[in-house]
Design a protein around this ligand. Structure first.
Ligand SMILES: [Zn+2]
Length: 129
């Protein structure tokens, strides 16, 4: 195999699997102006990613900085299910991601639970090939 051909096949391998990511976090809206946080870069931008359970975000409406605490995420292959989580279970920020290796399995991560938080679990489906 030539170097060029090998590079091409590697590019194909690392393309990843298309999946959908949704998240739930606090606060759901800007504590200063009440602007709802629904979509990253439209409603907020990440100012500082702490990676210790929270990051600092900036409200796109008023420029207020606030700490954002991640509560829960889902990464799924079914876009309709991701949309359902947004419409019915309080999730926001549906984004398309490329997953690799063991991250290509659907997963539900609960980072923190608040006293009156509802959680919903992905139903198991059999794969047909
Ligand atoms: Zn604001």
């Amino acid at each position: 195999m030539t170097t060029k051909a090998r590079t091409k096949s590697n590019v194909r391998k690392i393309r990843g699997k298309k999946m959908y990511l949704v998240e739930k976090f606090l606060p759901p809206k800007c504590p200063k102006c009440n602007h709802k946080f629904k979509k990253q870069n439209d409603d907020w931008v990440i100012f500082l990613s702490e990676n210790q359970g929270y990051d600092i975000i900036v409200c796109a409406e008023c420029g207020n900085q606030t700490a954002r605490f991640l509560l829960e995420t889902y990464q799924v292959t079914n876009k309709a299910f991701a949309e359902k989580l947004v419409a019915e279970a309080g999730f926001v920020n549906l984004i398309e991601v490329r997953a690799f290796g063991n991250m290509t399995k659907e997963h539900h991560t609960i980072v923190a639970i608040t006293p009156n938080m509802k959680t919903e679990f992905v139903r198991k489906t059999k794969k047909r090939k």
